[in-house]
Design a protein around this ligand. Structure first.
Ligand code: MRU
Length: 359
């Protein structure tokens, strides 16, 4: 097993020739650091579906670069033909995963470039799409940094922090969302003690969060998901930070399966539970968590993913939702790049968007 300093790698990028999407294959981590160079729409769709690139913001950046690469290949000499082919490519990429709204947010933002520039040549539109994809990635870096600063303002040095799944650099263009306060705190000598839930079934906590934080020199302890209660009861956790895939207008937040259980535990033990959400992850069109489409994943992820031998009886019924929704009343605050939203979220999230408009 070759472990590297994963913090020195870019999670998702466009190559120098503007011809390939470059990602770290996250299904191979931490065993192997393998870069994938993807050109075709099928390759990019498959990478998103298989979680080779994963985490809501990173999926958004990959989709933006992906649709730019698709647009470059469209053979059309007039706007209508170009837009028709663009729309087909967009719908195809949008079908890769249903829950993380960043996928649709990024593709819609790219489509707006096409719609707003109908008077320009195809060549000019493709150039603008390149610039927009690059901007989406660059913005994600400052968005995450800003979330990190706001998150850090809520906690004291030296505390214990629990996190679930991976909402770190590997899930974004840089820093992460839930892990951004931890990375910034590490740079500033905060000496946090982090507990990373392993996050069954795909072990993003063990394979990615523990790896990422360990690489960054953070004091991280890996725990199985069913150990969160005991570490809280022991008094080792003073705050929970998690990322999210979609926040509804009332503050309900979909994140990796198991997150809502952690929130319930945190409430029981009186520990603040913070959801870190770029505004690109907040879907004001979704009234409540009931409107969020929860992805169902293949049974094999539960029955035979990690051992060479089967881990469960052949043919057993499996329920494998990839995400769950944490009720807004379990969430202490939602940390965005434009500030910290507190209950009632139906008001405070609107204020966050008003700040964004004014910026
Ligand atoms: O299925 P995944 O690995 O894409 O799920 C990722 C998560 O649930 C993350 O917590 C979420 O996308 C936030 S990433 C900043």
């Amino acid at each position: 097993m070759e472990e590297k300093n994963i913090m020195t790698y870019e999670t998702v990028s466009l190559d120098d020739e503007n011809s390939q999407l470059v990602i770290i294959d996250q299904t191979r981590l931490p065993y192997e650091t393998k870069m994938l160079y993807l050109k075709t729409q099928k390759e990019i769709w498959t990478a998103i579906y298989l979680l080779q690139v994963r985490g809501a913001p990173a999926i958004g950046v990959a989709a933006a670069i992906g649709i730019y690469l698709a647009a470059k290949e469209i053979k059309a000499d007039n706007y209508d033909d170009f837009y028709k082919a663009f729309k087909e490519a967009k719908d195809y990429l949008a079908s890769a995963r249903p829950t993380a709204v960043n996928l649709f947010w990024a593709l819609d933002r790219m489509e707006k470039v096409v719609l707003d520039n109908a008077d320009k040549s195809v060549e000019e539109i493709v150039k603008l799409l390149h610039d927009e994809a690059v901007a989406i990635k660059e913005e994600d870096i400052w968005v995450c940094k800003s979330i990190g600063e706001y998150g850090l303002s809520l906690v004291e040095p030296g505390i214990g922090i629990l996190t679930h799944c991976n909402a770190g650099q590997l899930a974004t263009a840089k820093y992460g969302t839930a892990l951004a306060p931890i990375h910034l705190g590490q740079e500033r000598g905060y000496n946090f003690k982090v507990f990373a839930d392993e996050t069954r079934p795909l072990l993003q906590g063990a394979r990615l969060t523990a790896y990422e934080l360990h690489s960054a020199g953070v004091d991280v302890t890996l725990i199985c998901d069913n150990m969160a209660s005991i570490v809280m009861k022991n008094g080792w956790v003073q705050a929970v930070f998690v990322g999210c895939d979609r926040v509804a207008a009332n503050g309900d937040a979909a994140n990796k399966i198991g997150t809502s259980g952690v929130a319930i535990l945190a409430k029981h033990y009186g520990i603040p539970f913070y959801v870190c959400a770029p505004t690109s992850t907040i879907d004001m069109e979704c009234a409540t968590g009931d409107d969020i489409h929860i992805e169902q994943r293949p049974a094999e992820e539960v029955t035979e993913m990690w051992y060479k031998e089967r881990m469960a009886p052949k043919g057993v019924k499996v329920y494998n939702p990839a995400f769950d929704v944490t009720d807004h009343d379990l969430i202490t605050a939602i940390i965005t790049e434009y500030g910290i939203a507190k209950p009632p979220y139906s008001e405070s999230l609107k204020e966050i968007f008003a700040k964004k408009e004014a910026a």
